[in-house]
Design a protein around this ligand. Structure first.
Ligand code: M6R
Length: 616
């Protein structure tokens, strides 16, 4: 969602801010703006509705705005329509406080009334303007110091925020505060950087500070001082980011999504090898003990979107291999549900939160709910230092590297393999997997990267099929068991980037309603990787074909009977059926990609979507 950048150094700030915002474009936005200050001269604010290119044009790529200290923002509208007026930065009427904000101020109405009573007026529909004016109010009421004013305001604000602020009386300084919205700070060569996300500053520095919840910082040139809510100085240790700058570039591909699709063999291999060496899985780094694993009676997997689909696939694997009942829950539902947890839940349950960004608001809230109920949590997270990674009791980092395209591919694949290793190890510790099967499962995981590579070699066949079918209005994905989980992900990939309506159904459910939607030429994609369920799903294919469906079959080499039924069949290498999602999802990612390309759409930044959903 909104992207934030800041720079305080010895170069012109605006071009650096614009470069940073460009790197954050993937987060989703509908307007942009920046504020730059040259010494004690008044600050200059420039805003634009629409693409960042409009702001770049307005500022001549930043060259027409002078000053070495500034803040920038891309806005994803929540309160108030996308417009230049609602775009950030916002400022108090006399320009005393200027700021940008990512997050949501939940009690904005109550705060607005308080400010109205105190003579403030409002020009925008945003909650951010209220936050800025509240800080201005406390600045003038009390000590006339930024830290004190921000702290007074933060005590009154309910909601989430990553705030960047500039004060008229404090030239050459930026103040920031954070609660439940991502923000990192970086330092290099006597200059300071601020961003919502690592890719925006990777080019300049890999030394970063992860500012904590309800903490503040004064950002000078190359020096940052952190404060708590009482205004006391606190120490935060810098961390080194392992990702390199090239990882956040397109590397010759037309779109990040295609680059990331091709990075999947490596993402899977790196994630696997982070816990598996010489044929042995070692989860000790994650801190879950064998005793804990043996006691487990219930696992909850909680996530959103594609991460939820990983959970659906993992449910089958964990129940099968580790013999533990698993409930997979959408985080947005889990957080508000009154689930009756067992009396011993703190000892015999585990909540696994899966999240690429580690910042998804619903997933974070679900994690906190689990903690409130005393349940231990394990975060499967890609972004180091993200909120979920920081708050979970245990963390399994997926090593997918930065994922920029809104539609997840490599993070999904890395999450799958993380969950497989958990399932195998849990099964082994609980005595359900023999040494022989253990060795075989690990060999199967080791073989996945090469099998994914093989599917990628067949790309042109999918490209051809996608070009032929890209005018479809409705697409249905069907499968049973893990094939149903694969269908869910295939369907989401297709709809989110190609804007073609699609649905995924457990194949056996078709007859309970959906089959009435099948008419002449409706594209139905049938996933058949699970040997014991293939016959059943084949019957469902026969049913839809007799009602006019145009059939695509996605199956493993060897199941050549599928060709007799399907109009188009694509094959993937066979693997142990538990791990089939890892190979079978690849053609579906490619299909979605080529549908979107054929329809001339912006693959990496689909409309209305944000990479990391940091508001409810
Ligand atoms: O960062 P997270 O993994 O928590 O994100 C969850 C979903 O928002 C995400 O998977 C979303 O569904 C993707 N756009 C799917 O491609």
């Amino acid at each position: 969602m909104c992207g934030i950048v800041g720079f305080n150094g010895h170069q012109q700030a605006a071009p650096i801010l614009l470069q940073g915002l460009t790197k954050l474009e993937y987060r989703g936005y509908d307007s942009a703006g920046l504020c730059v200050r040259d010494g004690s001269e008044p600050a200059v604010i420039i805003k634009a509705k629409g693409r960042l290119s409009v702001l770049k044009e307005k500022t001549n790529d930043g060259l027409s705005v002078h000053g070495d200290c500034g803040i920038g923002h891309t806005r994803w509208a929540t309160h108030g329509e996308p417009s230049e007026t609602n775009a950030h930065p916002h400022c108090s009427d006399d320009g005393n406080v200027i700021g940008v904000h990512n997050g949501i101020i939940e009690n904005y109405q109550e705060l607005k009334e308080k400010l109205l009573r105190n003579g403030y007026t409002f020009y925008s529909e945003t909650d951010t303007e209220i936050a800025i004016k509240l800080i201005d109010y406390y600045y003038k009421k009390y000590l006339h110091t930024p830290v004190d004013a921000i702290n007074h305001a933060l005590v009154r604000i309910r909601g989430s925020y990553a705030l960047e602020l500039m004060f008229k009386d404090y030239p050459g300084e930026i103040y920031v505060a954070r609660k439940d919205s991502p923000m990192i700070l970086g330092i290099a060569n006597g200059e300071s950087y601020i961003a919502s996300d690592v890719p925006a500053i990777l080019k300049y520095t890999r030394t970063v500070y992860y500012i904590g919840n309800q903490q503040l910082a004064r950002v000078g040139k190359g020096e940052i001082t952190f404060y708590n809510l009482d205004g006391d100085e606190i120490e935060i240790e810098p961390k080194t980011v392992e990702w390199d700058a090239a990882a956040a570039e397109k590397g010759g591909y037309e779109h990040f999504m295609m680059k990331e699709i091709h990075e999947q063999p490596k993402a899977v291999q790196d994630t696997l090898h982070s816990v598996e060496h010489d044929g042995v899985i070692d989860l000790s780094g994650i801190g879950i003990t064998d005793e804990q694993i043996q006691k487990l009676r219930q696992i909850y997997i909680v996530a959103c979107g594609s991460a939820y689909h990983v959970g659906v696939a993992a449910q089958y694997v964990l129940e099968d291999l580790a013999g533990i009942p698993v409930r997979v829950e959408l985080a947005s539902e889990f957080r508000y549900r009154h689930l009756p947890f067992s009396e011993n839940a703190s000892e015999d349950s585990l909540v696994i939160i899966i999240s690429q960004s580690g910042e998804t608001a619903d997933s974070l809230a679900a994690l906190r709910k689990a903690h409130e109920k005393g349940l231990p949590t394990l975060g499967v997270v890609n972004v180091v230092g993200s909120s979920i990674a920081r708050e979970a009791d245990h963390v399994f980092y997926t090593l997918a590297g930065p994922e920029i395209a809104v539609a997840t591919t490599k993070a999904y694949s890395a999450q799958l393999v993380a969950l497989y290793t958990i399932a195998i190890q849990f099964g082994k510790v609980r005595g359900l997997i023999s040494d022989e099967d253990y060795t075989k499962y690990i060999a199967d995981l080791e073989a996945l990267p090469a099998k994914i590579e093989k599917v990628l070699e067949d790309e042109s066949r999918i490209q051809w099929f996608a070009a032929k079918q890209s005018n479809a209005h409705d697409v249905f994905f069907i499968g049973r068991g893990i094939d149903y989980a694969i269908s869910l992900e295939g369907s989401l990939k297709l709809k989110e980037i190609s804007y073609v309506h699609s649905e995924a159904y457990a194949a056996g459910e078709l007859k309970h309603g959906t089959i009435s939607l099948i008419e002449d030429g409706t594209l139905v994609i049938s996933v058949l990787t699970q040997p014991r369920l293939i016959e059943k799903t084949t019957s469902n294919m026969v049913e839809v074909r007799s009602r006019g469906a145009y059939l695509m079959g996605l199956t493993t080499y060897g199941n050549y009977d599928v060709e007799d039924l399907a109009d188009f069949t694509t094959y993937v290498p066979a693997t142990d059926p538990h791990f089939a999602a890892s190979v079978a999802v690849i053609p579906l990612q490619l299909l979605a990609y080529y549908f979107a390309v054929s329809r001339g759409l912006d693959v990496d930044k689909p409309r209305n979507l944000a990479k990391s959903v940091t508001v409810e």
